[in-house]
Design a protein around this ligand. Structure first.
Ligand code: PDD
Length: 296
């Protein structure tokens, strides 16, 4: 007997929900032609989009930086997200990717050639970081790809134009590691291809400043707040290669990965080569607070 498996990846293109495989946008969409758009990745805890308002604020800020306005209210977007998740699966947490592009128009860089932005939501089950990576930590690469200069495609804009990130991550894939840490044009450490980077030294968690040219991660900011709540110093500091050798711990942060301990960066073993107590306290604090904020 043939059993049909209900697809659980659903996509909402400008208000119309279909299975992932049937979703499409025009090849004349500027998002496709030029990577001209912005995006956000959100996840749910307890089936509620987490820190939704912060992600929406960043989406609108990113959009404004490319002279684009999101035509939908947060309420409409929230309702579309809920409907798209519900179409796919009724239990478990969701990964949600929202994309806002310039829309369909002539092949031209003129913003006025496109009158209606496209708004796409991809919803699928959230895949948590495997437990072994949390308990053993991960190895990451320190790649030769330089993070975009802020005067070029500013990494502060969460842009669909992700070639810089993809090229960095290609090096990590070749080396069989979990992430790609990039330096900026000055040689300072910035961020990873899909996450922010922290080291821990003398009990304090340190992360490169926004001025290094990086994305102001929602999780990065949340970690500052958790630090304050649990009495741990979390602050910005300019970091260079040499700081990896003197770090006691290191970790990365992102919406989908939460906090992942790093035990090696390139050839450098971090601290004792195993996840450390500060990383673990921050992760426990993040999960506790995420649960509290999304429980009824
Ligand atoms: N990535 N830096 C980069 C380059 C990123 O792409 C991301 C997020 C982060 C962390 O940001 P946040 O804490 O707001 O998720 C930092 C998402 C998860 C993605 O690309 O899907």
């Amino acid at each position: 007997m043939m059993t049909t498996v209900k697809p659980c990846e659903f996509v909402n293109v400008n208000g119309t929900i279909t299975e992932g495989a049937k979703a499409s946008v025009s090849v004349f969409d500027r998002g496709f032609l030029f990577g001209e758009g912005v995006y956000e990745t959100i996840r749910t805890y307890n089936r509620r989009p987490f820190l939704f308002d912060r992600h929406m604020a960043r989406l609108r800020t990113s959009a404004a930086r490319i002279d684009l306005t999101c035509p939908l209210s947060n309420e409409v977007i929230q309702a579309r997200i809920d409907a798209t998740i519900e179409a796919g699966f009724s239990v478990g947490d969701a990964y949600i990717r929202m994309l806002l592009t310039r829309g369909v128009g002539d092949i031209s860089y003129d913003p006025k050639a496109c009158s209606i932005p496209s708004f796409v939501i991809i919803a699928k089950p959230h895949s948590p970081v495997p437990l072994t990576l949390q308990t053993d930590g991960v190895m990451i690469s320190l790649v030769s790809v330089v993070r975009n200069h802020p005067g070029s495609v500013d990494p502060a804009i969460k842009s669909n134009n992700l070639l810089n990130n993809a090229l960095a991550m290609q090096q990590a894939f070749k080396e069989g590691t979990y992430e790609a840490l990039m330096r900026n044009y000055r040689g300072d450490l910035t961020e990873c291809s899909q996450s922010n980077f922290f080291i821990v030294r003398d009990g304090a968690a340190l992360t490169p400043p926004l001025a290094a040219g990086l994305l102001e991660g929602v999780t990065r900011n949340f970690v500052f707040e958790i630090g304050t709540e649990i009495g741990l110093s979390v602050r910005e500091a300019t970091l260079r290669d040499g700081d990896l050798r003197t770090a006691d711990e290191a970790f990365l942060t992102s919406t989908t990965r939460e906090i992942v301990p790093i035990v090696r960066v390139g050839q450098v073993t971090i601290g004792a080569g195993s996840p450390g107590p500060v990383t673990q306290r921050l992760l426990a604090g993040l999960r506790r607070k995420a649960d509290a904020l999304t429980s009824a």
